[in-house]
Design a protein around this ligand. Structure first.
Ligand code: ACM
Ligand code: ZN
Length: 538
């Protein structure tokens, strides 16, 4: 691996004459940026924020930014000082999230069709300000996203993260213009969302009796024997939803079914094929006990859970999992076999399809759409389902060809639980190797799709599974700066994609991440040093 990195740089350096420094280092890279000579000095001058009818909540982000530069902001347009103008304007080419940003001697002006566009303009403005000093370069920026779905995922079942961290995770997403937070709330190791109608999900399913120490492949297995768990109350969930909404991030809650259900089954064993007993898992993997697809009670339970989830989350999508569901217990279960017979199904794969179709119908009846992992293709796709392609790109390609919308999250590029470097000092991880550079090279539109079929690819997402990630600091280390690279993949135009240029901007952006208190991995520092001094012995 090392060797190939060196070869890669030598090849690129042959066509790159210098590692040019710039005072404009925006991540993700805007569509169009024209800089001109001169700058607007923010120092010691009051700003008159003119919202021109834009939502006042946006002013909070501007205030925060101006305050960080010691600038007093006034809401009265007659305030002495330069104007900061946010305007909702009808500019078709900007779409639902684009904006224009102008910094000139006349002041700062951001225009967009929507509040979201203005919000992204403010994020760019924040990055336009130098780390030191208060001089904003004169620029004209026109910017809009390449993809409508720009996501990051967080697994809070294997390890749970405090509400404050979940908010920080979302805030950092918004700073990078991500707009979908996939909250993986349930799994074998713990159920993490309060469901008022099923109190044992809180008292039982939210806890496990210990956690595996070391890697799942180790023999013998070792456990810490410490009870571990917790859950987010509905009040906390609402608080996170509101926090995300203020940052134009929609949350997609995931309730796993029919597999990855051990925690739920530990609380309600009658929902499993054998009736249990079951225990929330203390180790990682895929387990045979799953929700029984034969019992009506299973659907009553899941519909009850979904009712509360749908009541909480205002977004259009509910993720219902669907991945890694072994068919062992269904094969041996008289109820499941009866269901297969009664429904005229061919096998257990069609039973899984029956399960997902039935849940989809319910979710649709409540005005929402389902997303499922690519296993939901097996045995026949539910009519309105969106597919999240994780076992490579194949599932996404197949779904798009069937005219189903797709979110790309293939492991090779988008699994941030993989190692990001080959160094022995890296923290223990599940495996795999996905360096920043690899994330940067990801192309969400597979060559196998025609132009028309490509329209079904809504965008891409990175996933953070947390079997081996127990703390916020470690989670940040795994996500940043890889998320910066993915932000460019999903926001910036494909044309002009250039890893060296990305690294140039990342030199400043790494400092920004530090200022935002992000425990960012530092592997790029070495790459940047090498680019600046290719002759230097390392
Ligand atoms: C998954 O990684 N099991 C979706
Ligand atoms: Zn069964």
């Amino acid at each position: 691996m090392r060797k190939s990195i060196v070869l890669f740089f030598s090849a690129v350096l042959a066509v790159t004459t210098s590692f040019a420094q710039s005072n404009i280092n925006i991540v993700p890279r805007p569509v169009k940026l024209v800089a001109s000579k001169g700058s607007l000095d923010l120092s010691k001058r009051a700003a008159a924020i003119d919202l021109s009818g834009a939502d006042v909540s946006l002013a909070m982000f501007l205030d925060e930014f101006l305050k960080s530069k010691d600038v007093e902001a006034g809401r009265d347009p007659k305030t002495k000082g330069y104007p900061v103008k946010l305007t909702i304007a009808k500019v078709d080419s900007l779409g639902a999230e684009g904006y224009t940003l102008s910094v000139s001697k006349k002041g700062i002006s951001i225009q967009a069709n929507t509040e979201a566009g203005l919000f992204y303009g403010i994020q760019t403005l924040i990055q336009l300000t130098p780390l030191k000093g208060t001089k904003l370069p004169y620029v004209e920026i026109t910017d809009y996203p390449r993809f409508a779905y720009r996501g990051l995922h967080l697994d809070v079942s294997r390890h749970m993260f405090p509400v404050e961290f979940v908010k920080k995770y979302i805030d950092l997403m918004a700073k990078h213009k991500f707009n979908r937070f996939h909250w993986h709330l349930t799994d074998d190791q713990g159920w993490r969302i309060e469901i008022k109608n099923y109190p044992q999900l809180q008292s039982t399913a939210a806890y496990r009796n210990g956690t595996l120490i070391g890697h799942a492949g180790e023999n013998p297995e070792r456990f810490d024997n410490k009870r571990y768990g917790g859950y987010y109350t509905q009040e906390e969930v609402k608080e996170v939803i509101e926090y995300a909404a203020a940052r134009y991030v929609t949350i997609i809650p995931e309730i796993e079914m029919p597999g990855h259900a051990l925690a739920a089954l530990s609380a309600y064993p009658q929902l499993g094929c054998t009736g249990g007993p079951y225990e929330a898992s203390m180790k990682w993997g895929v387990f045979d006990p799953v929700f029984c697809a034969g019992k009506e009670e299973t659907f009553v339970f899941l519909e009850g859970v979904l009712d509360e989830v749908i009541g909480l989350f205002p977004g259009k999508y509910i993720h219902i999992g669907g991945d890694e569901c072994p068919k062992t217990s269904w094969k041996a279960c008289p109820n499941c076999q009866l269901r297969i017979k009664a429904q005229g199904l061919k096998d257990e794969h069609e039973l899984q399809s029956y399960f997902i179709n039935r849940i989809e119908k319910y979710v649709n009846s409540k005005g929402k759409q389902i997303i499922g992992w690519d296993e939901i293709l097996e045995g026949g796709l539910a009519p309105n389902a969106t597919v999240m392609s994780w076992r490579g790109e194949e599932g996404g390609i197949a779904a798009a060809k069937q005219k189903h919308t797709v979110i790309m999250t293939p492991g090779n590029w988008c699994y941030f639980d993989h190692y990001q470097d080959t160094s022995k000092t890296e923290p223990l991880s599940i495996g795999g190797l996905t360096p920043v550079r690899e994330v940067y090279t990801y192309e969400p539109l597979p060559v196998q799709l025609t132009g028309d079929e490509s329209k079904y690819i809504l965008g891409a997402q990175a996933n953070l599974w947390t079997e081996y990630i127990a703390t916020p600091q470690h989670a940040e280390y795994m996500v940043y700066p890889r998320a910066c690279a993915l932000a460019e993949v999903v926001w910036s135009p494909k044309e002009g994609k250039d890893y060296i240029n990305f690294l140039q901007r990342m030199e400043t952006h790494l400092q920004r991440l530090k200022n935002w208190n992000v425990n960012c991995a530092q592997h790029l520092v070495k790459e940047i040093e090498y680019l600046k001094n290719p002759q230097k012995k390392r």
